[in-house]
Design a protein around this ligand. Structure first.
Ligand code: IPD
Ligand code: CA
Ligand code: CA
Length: 261
């Protein structure tokens, strides 16, 4: 029942997003000039919430553009109507709808749908993860130096020790490929299906990672905060990997790997 609602919400939002393919849409800035929101984010959010409310009017909803619709419920839907809005606004087809369902504080269901590539990633706690109905699993790489990684950067510069640029530079100086796709939910989904071996980002919000982190765990990978502690979508820093390289990846992010001059 939950899964049907999730699938319907992802599909309806995807169709809404694609309906703007040939149409102009309004783009505005949130805080800072490059943190964008479009009328399509709002339109997709509206159909997702309507779909959820149709079946579960009493469930709590947390969604990026409309905020917290608090209800006294054990269930909470965590929604990013478009993750990768800057890509979407530039018609770069790397963006998705991301929806996670939490039960008593535990993520039990997550879906990430890229309507441009027609890729639907789904995870159910204890049931594994799929991409377009086929089981997926994380990669088998065994070292960070051999890995292909992905990261993201916040909209405003984070000036702190071991901040995003410093950590990024650490990998680039050693020739480790680090991609930047612009959608954290897709970054996580692509770790889950083995395209990337690891992902790290300093400042995410719950809606960016709620669905993706379950995908990684259910595909056999590992997700923690930047200190290596169990991950919660309510904290900002995240490290996700195939599991095998996880401890090493944490060391790199912390700056504990000796640097070549
Ligand atoms: C953003 C994307 C991006 C990440 C940013 C997020 P949005 O979400 O996930 O990859 O680096 O931190 O805010 O704004 O496109 O929904
Ligand atoms: Ca997002
Ligand atoms: Ca968004």
């Amino acid at each position: 029942m939950f899964k049907n609602t999730l699938l319907k919400a992802l599909e309806t939002a995807g169709t809404k997003i694609r309906s703007f393919d040939e149409t102009d849409f309004k783009i505005s800035s949130k805080e800072g000039i490059n943190n964008l929101v479009t009328e399509v984010d709002h339109a997709a959010e509206e159909v997702i919430i309507a779909t959820i409310k149709e079946s579960f009017p009493d469930h709590h909803i947390l969604s990026e553009e409309c905020g917290d619709l608090v209800q006294d419920s054990q269930y909470k839907w965590i929604i990013d109507p478009i993750d990768g809005t800057v890509n979407f606004a530039n018609r770069i087809p790397i963006c998705c709808v991301s929806i996670g369902l939490e039960h008593n504080g535990k993520m039990i269901l997550g879906g990430v749908f890229n309507p441009f590539l027609n890729e639907l990633f789904l995870a159910e706690r204890g049931q594994g993860a799929t991409l377009n109905d086929k089981k997926i699993s994380v990669s088998t790489k065994t070292s960070v130096e051999a890995a292909c990684l992905v990261t993201g950067f916040p909209y405003t510069y984070l000036d702190e020790p071991n901040g995003p640029l410093e950590v990024f530079g650490r990998f680039i100086r050693k020739g480790v490929p680090v991609r930047r796709l612009g959608s954290a939910a897709i970054d996580l989904a692509w770790v889950a299906c083995g395209r990337f071996d690891g992902f790290f980002e300093h400042k995410l919000q719950a809606w960016d990672s709620a669905a993706g982190f379950l995908l990684v765990e259910e595909a056999g990978g590992k997700v923690t905060n930047m200190k290596g502690e169990p991950y919660s979508p309510y904290e900002h820093g995240i490290i996700a990997s195939n599991g095998t390289i996880h401890d090493e990846l944490i060391q790199w992010v912390k700056g504990e790997i000796p640097q070549q001059s």
